[in-house]
Ligand binder design. Structure first.
Ligand code: G3I
Length: 338
């Protein structure tokens, strides 16, 4: 059952009566911005570049969401592409925006095999361990108190549930996962620490592997607080089986879950039937998260078809977001915010 807790809606109403401008209704959107319709954090991935250069993009983001996740700006390949020459400009800009607009930040991501600088991949094991520790400590401390949750490790499993063959796994072994959570926790004890992956929406060998790992880490006292479920879906492959059951089994382990990167791609061009299926998928993600109290966040991977990773990676597919290229809300938006 969908739990719509109207407290944020009530706050918006009180603010309106008092003459406080909380938001401005656009002509074509629902009367209440998405962020005020739920007690879940409602987020979007954001690109610092567009935040700075596109006022309409910034306005919709500010109005509709109360969490932001830097899409690329906190990844190792961005913050230290060249050893010893850090670049925090994009990450700083997003964190400052979030502070100014009273949004939380989901940090993404500390340890990932992709967008990893070549100089890191080339390090021998002992040095890699030290450099990894320094990277985590430096980045987490830089934003201490300003990041609600971190995606500490990203995409460490194969589809069959075996560990992905990354430089971290090759050189440091399975145990690197427990280490990186401990290092992140030491750097900011208040931040919620997550493991994050795709294709773990339903119950399958990969989500089983995540489940087993989280269970083991919790037993060992490793500071892991949550499981990030990316939810990159396509209307071509059906909605994942046993989504709610999956959220529930993680909740029973005592950890939070979060929908961290939701989008639903469709074969282009979109038409009414495809958009209706997309709306149904977004709705089932939204309702499923609201049915499990420990599912605390619903974040989409970008909010506008104007800027989405999907067409670059899946030629012939796209239109995966809640808003179209002109920032008009799509049927999927009205499905979760009727
Ligand atoms: O910044 C450079 C730019 O200088 C250059 O001109 C341009 C030329 O291609 O590339 C730019 O970098 C691109 C970067 O996005 C920023 O736009 C990279 O090539 C491109 O590979 C990178 O893609 C990102 C991808 O992660 C990397 O694997 C996507 O934007 C981002 O949406 C995507 O996000 C991932 C999550 O982090 C993890 N889960 C899956 C999700 C989708 O793949």
């Amino acid at each position: 059952m969908l739990r719509r807790i109207p407290k944020k809606r009530a706050l918006a109403a009180v603010a309106a009566v008092m003459g406080i401008a909380v938001w401005q209704a656009p002509s074509a959107s629902a009367s209440v911005p998405l962020q005020y319709t739920t007690h879940r954090y409602v987020g979007s991935a954001v690109a610092a570049q567009y935040l700075a250069s596109e006022p309409d993009y910034r306005a919709v983001l500010t109005r509709e969401f109360d969490n932001v996740t830097p899409e690329n700006e906190m990844k190792w390949g961005t913050v230290e592409a060249v050893r010893g020459q850090p670049d925090w400009s994009g990450a700083d800009a997003i964190v400052e925006y979030a502070q100014r607009t009273h949004k939380t930040v989901r940090g993404h991501t500390l340890v990932w095999h992709s967008q990893l600088p070549d100089w890191v991949s080339a390090l021998p094991a002992a040095e890699l361990r030290q450099v990894l520790r320094d990277h985590i400590t430096t980045e987490v401390k830089r934003y201490k108190g300003k990041i609600r949750a971190w995606d500490v490790v990203n995409e460490i499993f194969n589809e069959d549930g075996t560990r992905r063959d990354t430089v971290f796994h090759q050189k440091l072994g399975d145990g690197f996962v427990a280490d990186v959570f401990r290092w992140a926790h030491a750097a900011d004890p208040a931040a919620k620490l997550y493991i994050n992956d795709y294709n773990i929406e339903g119950i399958n060998p990969k989500s089983d592997a995540v489940y087993d790992l989280v269970k083991t880490l919790r037993r060992q006292g490793v500071p892991i607080d949550g499981v990030g479920i990316q939810a990159h879906l396509s209307i071509q492959y059906g909605f994942p089986a046993q989504f709610r059951e999956n959220l529930t089994r993680f909740a029973k382990l005592g950890v939070q879950t979060a929908i961290t990167e939701a989008d639903v791609r469709i074969p282009t061009p979109p038409d009414a039937a495809k958009l209706a299926t997309q709306a149904d998928y977004f709705g089932r993600l939204w309702d499923g998260c609201h049915a499990v109290s420990r599912c605390v966040e619903f974040t989409t991977w970008g909010f506008t078809d104007r800027h989405s990773w999907v067409p670059d990676v899946f030629p012939g597919e796209g239109a995966a977001c809640l808003f179209d290229e002109n920032l008009h809300p799509k049927p999927a938006y009205f499905r979760i915010n009727p």
